[in-house]
Design a protein around this ligand. Structure first.
Ligand SMILES: NC(=O)c1ccc[n+]([C@@H]2O[C@H](COP(=O)([O-])OP(=O)(O)OC[C@H]3O[C@@H](n4cnc5c(N)ncnc54)[C@H](OP(=O)(O)O)[C@@H]3O)[C@@H](O)[C@H]2O)c1
Length: 345
């Protein structure tokens, strides 16, 4: 059994990791940290885990993380890079759900996250954890930077088109909406029920941390200049992400060939569903599952392709993706512990 530690077990991605790993056939949950809830049984905070997780939270300094085989960091940025060197030296693999090991461009990381990067050498060897686009590197990695939630939808929605060279890469548009759990469990006025409920707003229009991450990765898929206009929105639902991507076609290509690009790219992927051309995927069709669904549209048979992508921000957008990476890093079946059917209604 793989001994797993989770740093940041009281947050939303932390409890999602607990839900997925508690029934994973090859995992023994070994340590779960919280600075504020040291000693509290996990099931007292999360009754959904009663009878499934019998550990208590422990303060990070008391948790014996170096005895684990892998440690997930479900924490704000800056926490994983402070602890990764000691863990790696002890032979422990690291999967960070924050941004410490996502961006290879250190200047860009420091600009957007406003802290110095303290382990550039480790960053160089880290694998970006978007499985469908980076599977072989993840398999060999000791350290994985799990992608952001919005970047997952943008990259998977655009990759087949960029790789085939059929769109104008310099003028991509991503209009994305996230449920409120995307902001985490910490108390903030903007995510109070009476602030976020019955309301719909854009944020970060003039710049968002997920732009540099997405751009850096999209640039690896094409030799063309890449430009991206990304507008995130907050919608009054708990889980779920819906990204509407717009790309101008530059080649004479029919709808069947466009659909074939996606079916060929993702036909064997267990967690990507390419729906029939013209479908309207809904966020609830992915809720609490690791599935991401994609559908293509071409309004008026014009030169603009509309790509709809939905996922659960906490699963394929975070913890499920991280477990998929862990499965690869330990030579397990990639789908182990991840085959939940979405919860509907
Ligand atoms: N929510 C999403 O949909 C989503 C999607 C993709 C990626 N992410 C990323 O995943 C990470 C976690 O997100 P989240 O939404 O789960 O956040 P969250 O709900 O705010 O939880 C953060 C967790 O980190 C712990 N923590 C905070 N500061 C810490 C420190 N200095 N040292 C150790 N533990 C610390 C907190 O527990 P204590 O304060 O008790 O220690 C808490 O358990 C973030 O980097 C986020 O950007 C989130």
């Amino acid at each position: 059994m793989i001994k797993v530690g989770i740093v940041g077990g009281t947050g939303y991605t932390g409890v999602e990791l607990l839900r997925l790993l508690a029934t994973h056939p090859e995992v023994k949950l070994t340590a779960i940290t919280s600075r504020k809830e040291d000693g509290l049984p996990v099931a007292d905070m999360f009754p959904s885990l009663r009878g499934r997780v019998d550990l208590a939270f422990s303060a990070p300094e008391k948790a014996r993380l170096t005895e684990c085989d892998v440690v997930f960091f479900a924490t704000p940025h800056g926490v994983a890079m402070a602890q990764a060197p000691e863990l790696l030296a002890a032979g422990v693999k690291v999967i960070d759900l924050a941004a410490d090991f996502r961006l290879q461009d250190i200047a860009s990381f420091e600009k957007w996250y406003k802290i110095p990067h303290t382990c550039p050498e480790l960053l160089k060897e880290a694998a970006y954890g978007l499985v469908e686009l980076n599977r072989e590197a993840i398999r060999k990695a000791r350290i994985v930077g799990n992608p952001g939630c919005y970047p997952t939808t943008m990259q998977l929605g655009l990759a087949p088109l960029l790789q085939a060279g059929v769109i104008d890469a310099s003028h991509l548009i991503a209009d994305c909406k996230s449920g409120v759990s995307g902001a985490g469990r910490k108390a903030e006025v903007a995510t109070l029920f009476s602030e976020a409920g019955d309301n719909f707003k854009a944020y970060g229009v003039s710049g968002h941390r997920h732009s540099p991450e997405t751009l850096e990765r999209l640039r690896l898929l094409t030799k063309d200049k890449v430009g991206l206009l990304f507008t995130p929105h907050l919608v009054p639902m708990i889980r779920g992400m819906h990204s509407t991507l717009y790309a101008r076609l530059t080649k004479d290509i029919d709808n069947a060939a466009l659909q074939a690009l996606f079916e060929n790219a993702y036909g064997n992927e267990p967690f990507i569903d390419v729906m029939p051309f013209g479908s309207h995927p809904e966020t609830r069709s992915t809720r609490a599952s690791n599935m991401l669904r994609i559908a293509l549209h071409r309004p008026d048979d014009g030169d603009t392709l509309v790509i709809l992508v939905v996922q659960d921000n906490l699963v394929k957008g975070a913890s499920g993706q991280a477990v998929q990476c862990m499965n690869l890093m330990f030579g397990l079946d990639e789908t182990a512990g991840l085959m939940h059917i979405p919860v509907l209604p």
